[in-house]
Design a protein around this ligand. Structure first.
Ligand SMILES: Cc1ncc(COP(=O)(O)O)c(C=O)c1O
Length: 391
């Protein structure tokens, strides 16, 4: 059975009537679950004998992920989730004491804590910019960043799509701006990849986990490093797998057990030790579905869903945070009407078969390719009834 936009028949065991929490965790489709089942069966039957097949699949997955972001397979390395990727990079940049790192208000902590730790360790200065100018216009946002860059900065770290308000940052323009001022751009792409087209042409470093819009399983993620930056990284957190020919001593006989081999100058230097084979297999199956549908088409499909849903929610008294078209993403975030407790509302919606998430005090609707605009009247009725019941 092929994946089709607006058709959830590949999610045969999904309980919710309308699943709108892909910005939190995606449910697993049948093909993704089948791929994981195949891997676990092969490990059950063969143990180490199962490994070569799945290692070669991982090699293919590197290329598939690279294809999603306009990169090459060698520029992609695997990690367990977003955070370990950010941490690895934050401790690998060849910082100078006093280097400045530009962050934004309301960032997900995965894109803050590692920079704070690096700041503490290497004597960096963190600057946190307000996000309001970006909601005025892209130009106003970029002007505020340029003002800060003109004071000198080493890195701008930003989410491609913000978890809290769903704002899609202009990362291509930010990258160009950063480079013009001698700085680099780091992007946390977990709220974008799979639903928003992403291109790393002007990005130096990018990290994403698999379990949101990529529709994989927790326990897998990847790092992209621009090949022109890899040579300057200091692999301070490297593990045994980061060396050139790291596996030779296991397969090529005696005389290869050395710990003085150089570190690889490719993005897979971030791979420290054994990874979750099941999570990588899940990611591969889900990326194949996404590529079959095309992320551009998924983006348009999701915008049409939001176009249908947003006016009804506003009519019910919610305040939409959805930005102008070029800054829209897969997430529609709203402020709930006064007097409505958010957690109670989300719970009541869940009981009515509508699964949503509630980041930082907002109500977030996050449909993906299996959702259909035909669900919208049901969702609006559920919201209407839940609000009435709570009031
Ligand atoms: C922007 C962003 N970054 C990172 C994460 C999570 O990081 P990790 O994959 O390491 O749990 C989330 C959500 O959970 C997020 O919204």
């Amino acid at each position: 059975m092929n994946a089709r936009l607006g058709d959830r028949s590949l999610f045969s065991t999904l309980r919710a009537k309308s699943y709108l929490a892909h910005a939190a965790i995606s449910p697993l489709s049948d093909p993704v679950k089948a791929r994981v089942d195949a891997l676990t069966s092969q490990y059950a039957e063969g143990g180490v004998e199962a490994l070569p097949h799945w290692l070669s699949e991982r090699t293919r997955l590197r290329g598939q992920l690279a294809g999603l972001i306009g990169a090459q397979a060698d520029d992609v390395g695997f990690v367990q989730s977003t955070t370990p990727g950010v941490v690895w990079l934050a401790f690998a940049i060849d910082w100078k004491p006093g280097d400045r790192v530009i962050l934004f208000e309301g960032e997900f902590p995965a894109n803050v804590t590692p920079w704070q730790r690096a700041a503490e360790t290497f004597g960096l200065e963190i600057v946190t910019l307000p996000i309001a100018p970006f909601f005025e216009s892209v130009e106003a946002g970029l002007a505020s960043v340029e003002h800060e860059l003109s004071r000198g900065a080493r890195l701008v770290a930003v989410s491609e799509v913000r978890f809290q308000d769903g704002y899609r940052m202009p990362t291509a323009a930010l990258g160009e701006l950063a480079h013009r001022h001698g700085a680099e751009l780091f992007v946390d792409a977990i709220q974008a990849l799979g639903v928003v087209p992403v291109d790393v042409t002007h990005v130096d470093y990018l990290v994403s986990g698999a379990h949101k819009w990529l529709m994989g399983l927790e326990g897998a993620g990847f790092v992209y490093v621009d090949p022109s930056r890899i040579g300057a990284l200091v692999p301070r957190l490297a593990g045994w797998l980061g060396h050139v020919d790291a596996l030779r001593f296991l397969f090529d006989g005696a005389g290869h057990l050395r710990t003085d081999r150089p570190f690889r100058e490719k993005a897979d230097v971030v791979e420290q030790g054994a990874l979750s084979g099941a999570s990588l297999a899940a990611l591969q199956a889900s990326v194949e579905l996404l590529q079959g549908l095309g992320v551009d088409a998924i983006y348009d499909h999701v915008q049409a869903f939001h176009d249908a849903l947003e006016p009804g929610l506003v009519e019910l008294g919610f305040r939409s945070l959805r930005a102008f078209p070029e800054a829209r993403s897969g997430s529609l975030c709203l402020e709930v009407p006064e007097g409505i407790p958010l957690a109670g509302l989300a719970k009541s919606l869940g009981e009515r078969g509508v699964v949503v998430s509630t980041p930082d005090g907002f109500l977030r609707f996050a449909p993906h390719w299996p959702n259909a605009s035909a669900e919208v009247p049901f969702v609006l009725e559920a919201v209407h009834d839940a609000v009435r019941e709570i009031r």
